[in-house]
Design a protein around this ligand. Structure first.
Ligand code: GLY
Length: 345
C-alpha cells in the first residue's frame, strides 16, 4: 500500500516525539480518529481561507470571511476578526476582559502583518484601550516604526481617539484580589494563558495575519510576550505562508517560533509538518525539553493548513467558503492542553 508522503512524514515526526499524531474530537461534534483526522490536519481548502487559534477563533474566522467578502481587503478582514475576540469580555486571555498584570491593570499586546509589502505594526503593554490590533494597524500605516509600547502607544492611541475601556473588568478585579491574598499567603499558582492568532489567505494568494492577547495572567507589569513580536507570535511571508503561536510566549519568542514554522514550509514541509518540526527544534534546544506549553497554527500559499502543540488537545478553527469548524491538532506529548486554552481550564 502506498503511504501518502505527508501522512508518513507527519507520523514519523510524531513517533520521534513519542506521541500520537492527532487527537479524536472536534468542537463541531465530529469524532475523528486516526487516518481521517490525519488527512484533515494536512487538508487544504480553496481561498478565501482563514485559520486561528482555539475554538474562540471560530466566530473571529466567520467575521474575517464576512468582512473579506464585502470589503475585499485582507487587512480589514483580519483586523475585524481579531477585534471580535478582543470585544468579548468573557475571554480571559484577549482584550480588556483578560486577566490583569500583577498591579491589577490589564496590559494588552497585539500585532498585524500584511504579506503584500511585508508590512507590520505592533503594540505592547497597552492599558485601557479596547482594540490593540487596530492601534497596531495604525502604527503600521501611519508611522515609520513597527512597534510602540506602554505610555507611548497609549498616547498614540489617545491622539487618534481610539475607544478606551476599563483598566480591568469587575470579575477579573475580584479574581485579582483573591490572587493577591493567595500570593501574600504564598499559595499563588501561575495561571496559563492563550491568544488569538489569525491568518487569512486570499483568492489572489496574498496572506494577512493578526494576533492579540492580554498575555500571562498576573505578569510583572511591562512584561511583553511573543504575540506582538514579529516572527515570534506571528509571521507572514507572502511567497510562502503564515504562522501564529499561542501558549507561553517566553518559550516561543526565544526561538522566533512563527518565523521558524514559515521557514520550514519554505523548505517544502506542509503546515502541520512545519509546526511539528518547530516544536521538535525548540524542545531539542530548550532546557525544559517538551515541557513548553506552546502551540502553532500555519497555512501555506497553496491553501494547505495545519497546527500542532506540545500537549494533547490544542484546538484551532478553520473557515472557508464551504465550512467553518474547530479542529484538533496533533500533540507531541501526552500532557493535556485542554480545548479552551489554559485560562479556561
Ligand atoms: N502567547 C501569549 C503570551 O505569552 O503573552
Amino acid at each position: 500500500m502506498k503511504i501518502p508522503r505527508r501522512a508518513f512524514v507527519g507520523s514519523s515526526l510524531a513517533a520521534i516525539a513519542g506521541g500520537p499524531l492527532i487527537g479524536a474530537n472536534s468542537k463541531s461534534g465530529n469524532s475523528k480518529s486516526g487516518s481521517s483526522a490525519r488527512r484533515e490536519a494536512d487538508a487544504s481548502a480553496k481561498p478565501p481561507l482563514v485559520i486561528s487559534t482555539w475554538p474562540f477563533g471560530k466566530p473571529a474566522n466567520d467575521r474575517t470571511l464576512e468582512v473579506f467578502r464585502s470589503a475585499r481587503s485582507g487587512l480589514d478582514a483580519v483586523e475585524q476578526g481579531v477585534r471580535l475576540a478582543e470585544a468579548d469580555l468573557s475571554n480571559p486571555s484577549v482584550g480588556l476582559g483578560g486577566i490583569p498584570a500583577a498591579h491589577g491593570v490589564v496590559q494588552l499586546d497585539a500585532c498585524i502583518m500584511s504579506g503584500p509589502g511585508h508590512k507590520a505594526g505592533s503594540v505592547a503593554a497597552v492599558e485601557g484601550f479596547k482594540h490593540p490590533v487596530s492601534i497596531a494597524r495604525r502604527v503600521m500605516e501611519e508611522t515609520r516604526h513597527v512597534m510602540l509600547v506602554g505610555e507611548g502607544a497609549q498616547r498614540f492611541a489617545r491622539e487618534r481617539k481610539f475607544e478606551e475601556g476599563p483598566a480591568v473588568t469587575p470579575g477579573q478585579k475580584s479574581a485579582w484580589e483573591n490572587w493577591k491574598k493567595a500570593q501574600e499567603a504564598e499559595k499563588a499558582k501561575a495561571p496559563n494563558h492563550d491568544t488569538i492568532a489569525l491568518l487569512l489567505l486570499s483568492p489572489s494568494g496574498d496572506i494577512f495575519g493578526a494576533c492579540s492577547t492580554s498575555g500571562w495572567g498576573y505578569k510583572i507589569p511591562g512584561r511583553v510576550g511573543d504575540s506582538p513580536i514579529i516572527g515570534g507570535g506571528l509571521y507572514v511571508d507572502n511567497a510562502v505562508g503564515g504562522a501564529g503561536a499561542t501558549g507561553i510566549g517566553e518559550n516561543v519568542m526565544r526561538y522566533c517560533g512563527s518565523f521558524l514554522v514559515v521557514e520550514f514550509m519554505r523548505q517544502g514541509m506542509s503546515p502541520t509538518e512545519a509546526c511539528l518540526a518547530t516544536l521538535h527544534r525548540i524542545a531539542s534546544m530548550d532546557p525544559k525539553g517538551y515541557d513548553l506549553s506552546i502551540n502553532f497554527i500555519a497555512l501555506d500559499k497553496r491553501g494547505r493548513f495545519g497546527a500542532a502543540g506540545t500537549g494533547q488537545g490544542f484546538q484551532y478553527s478553520v473557515a472557508c467558503d464551504d465550512y467553518s469548524k474547530v479542529l484538533q491538532s496533533p500533540g507531541v506529548t501526552q500532557k493535556p492542553v485542554g480545548p479552551l486554552g489554559g485560562n479556561r481550564l
